[in-house]
Design a protein around this ligand. Structure first.
Ligand code: HPA
Ligand code: ZN
Length: 354
């Protein structure tokens, strides 16, 4: 953990989180607890020894070999969520942690298709997560945005059904669904599988993001941009294409970087290999995020601290990161002005570090 004054600086630095999967906040404790409450059968430890106990599951999480290896456990974990209150409680647990880590604004992902696939109605999932978001806004003063993610391991027809659910419930118009993203297996399914959905959503003025350039090469990023994404989740392999990197810097496309996730999923060996310095030098905007904190051993502050330990950034550089996180958040100018102000006030308190 970083030195104590720096730790205080990083903890209190007003943060925006743009890349966290609410289902990725399900801890092993909560998985076992909800499985019992909801009568959900977890895998038999004879065939999947990780599910012997909370301890064995936690230990297994320390040895993911790839994105797909992680996703196997992530989708099993999600299967314990049944009631609206399960979704609400999960979101609330995340917001409490985020608030303690200095998050002022959070844009959170959820994967309805996977729940719908096992018979949970779209309305139940959304109502639960919305309740968690509302509670965070009222009780913690956070601003929140809900981003629905399509999952690339399921057929595109499944995504089209969920997209129709959004349209039928008028959740774009009511701003209940603030944006769309895609996630899950990157390499394998067609890069442009959501072309039709993204074209339709673009026409409606819906904000679009996409997981790309995590395991996949930079063409996954350029395809996402071609389909209308204005933000890229992960995007660390962007450094392999200097021309695309220049374009992304020029267009102000935000990368939502998740350093501890990248290490845990073996995209990089250490946090020092995440191209933080290259992005800063090239003027590429990025935010630092937790992705699936219950699986990767750290929430957002742990990611900030890991970056600080690896790169020893200056106060001015941290301020740039914090301000870019605000400027590219999907919020109005008034809220942005509040966040800029709180960053300014916080930085002024730590003049000794500058
Ligand atoms: N990548 C792709 N899909 C995901 C991830 C990720 O890091 N986390 C949860 N779903
Ligand atoms: Zn992710």
């Amino acid at each position: 953990m970083c030195q104590s004054t720096w730790h205080d600086f990083l903890r209190g630095l007003p943060k925006c989180e743009h890349h966290v999967h609410l289902e990725g906040c399900l801890t092993p404790e909560l998985i076992f607890q909800l499985a019992e409450k909801n009568n959900v059968q977890l895998p038999d430890p004879k065939s999947e020894p990780a599910y012997e106990s909370i301890q064995t599951l936690t230990a297994r999480y320390g040895h993911f070999s790839s994105l797909d290896d992680f996703l196997h456990f992530y989708f099993i974990g999600m299967s314990v969520l049944n009631q609206e209150s399960d979704f609400a409680d999960l979101a609330w647990a995340y917001f409490l942690k985020a608030h303690a880590d200095g998050v002022h604004h959070a844009e959170v992902f959820f994967d309805p298709q996977v729940h719908q696939d096992r018979g949970i109605p779209y309305e139940t999932i959304v109502a639960g997560f919305v309740a968690g978001c509302k509670r965070a806004e009222t009780e913690l003063g956070l601003s929140t945005r809900l981003i629905l993610c399509f999952v690339r391991h399921l057929p595109v027809e499944s995504a089209k059904k969920t997209y129709q659910d959004i349209l039928d419930s008028r959740h774009f118009e009511s701003d209940i669904i603030h944006g769309l993203g895609w996630s899950s297996t990157e390499v394998g399914p067609p890069k442009d599988m959501y072309r039709e959905i993204y074209a339709s959503a673009s026409e409606r003025g819906v904000r679009l993001t996409a997981h790309a350039g995590e395991e996949g090469d930079p063409t996954y990023i350029s395809t996402a941009l071609e389909l209308g994404a204005t933000r890229i989740d992960h995007g660390i392999r962007l450094v392999e294409d200097p021309v695309l990197m220049e374009r992304i810097a020029k267009e102000g496309v935000l990368l939502t970087v998740c350093p501890l996730s990248n290490v845990q999923l073996k995209c990089v060996k250490t946090v020092a290999e995440v191209p933080i310095r290259k992005f800063l030098d090239a003027g590429v905007k990025f935010s630092i995020n937790s992705d699936d904190p219950a699986y990767f051993g750290g929430y957002i502050l742990d990611n900030y601290c890991a970056v600080h330990e690896a790169f020893g950034l200056s106060v001015a550089e941290w301020r740039t990161i914090a301000e870019n996180s605000v400027s590219e958040s999907w919020i109005g100018d008034e809220r942005k002005a509040e966040l800029y102000k709180s960053i300014e006030v916080h930085v002024a308190k730590f003049a000794e570090l500058a």
